[in-house]
Design a binder for this molecule. Structure first.
Ligand code: ZN
Length: 245
């Protein structure tokens, strides 16, 4: 099997302007994600950022992307509607999408879910977070313990105004009492989407080996192997009509 072509997209704004983020992620959130995914020989990993021409995602790259990973927060509205529509189209035609943390409010994810941007409660107060595994035998959760422990993470809490997922794999608990359905798989057309909550930019979640394992295993899970087609063929009938009926 040829390598799964992964594109890690990041708006890359906090990463360049906030010294706290620079310290935790010197090569950017996208750089960190690329580094740990690149250790998997079955993956071919590229990065793309908002400041690049065509927001980093020209048609040719999008068509050669099997799995798109998305991290965005403060610049969702800078992503053109046209690009968001193309991403939705690629997902419906088989591209996998992994929406990380605040990507729940990104245009492509909102279009795919039918949601707006105010989907949950949130608070930044250094809450300890336990990401509980609800499906330990699922390919995305394999190899984890009962939960992933993060010393501090932004609290995202219920009620969560997402559609009911096709698969619910994780529920996060925060030390001041909130909980959230935090790792879900959705199917849209031929594509699979995985949403995963950890990853606020001022905390080091993407350095955690268990979080890295989840994202790596999610890439394999949402990969469909379906290639984009330029036209849908209109074939001759497979079974000819009977004569003189
Ligand atoms: Zn955040």
């Amino acid at each position: 099997m040829s390598a799964i072509r992964v594109t890690v997209w990041n708006e890359n704004l906090h990463d360049r302007t906030d010294p706290r983020v620079k310290e935790i992620y010197p090569t950017g959130l996208h750089g960190c994600i690329r580094e740990f995914l690149s250790k998997d020989p079955k993956l071919e990993v590229r990065t793309a950022t908002l400041d690049m021409p065509e927001c980093g995602l020209p048609d040719a790259l999008l068509e050669q992307t099997d799995v798109l990973i998305w991290w965005g927060h403060m610049a969702h509205e800078q992503v053109p509607d046209e690009l968001a529509a193309k991403i939705v189209n690629r997902v419906q035609n088989g591209m996998g999408l992994i929406a990380l943390h605040s990507a729940h409010a990104s245009k492509p994810f909102r279009l795919l879910m039918g949601t707006h941007s105010e989907e949950m409660t949130w608070r930044e107060s250094n809450d300890r977070c336990l990401v509980w595994v609800t499906e330990p035998n699922h390919p995305i959760a394999r190899g984890l313990g009962r939960y992933i422990e993060l010393d501090a993470e932004e609290m995202y809490g219920e009620p969560l105004i997402f559609p009911r997922p096709d698969e619910l794999l994780f529920i996060s608990w925060f030390e001041q009492g909130e909980v959230m359905r935090s790792g879900m798989v959705y199917r849209r057309g031929n594509g699979k989407i995985f949403y995963f909550q950890p990853g606020h930019e001022t905390y080091p979640a993407y350095h955690n080996p268990d979080i890295q394992r989840v994202i790596r295993q999610a890439v394999h899970y949402v990969y469909s192997g379906i290639q984009p087609r330029e036209t849908i063929p209109c074939p001759a009938p497979a079974v000819p009509r009977k004569a003189n009926s």
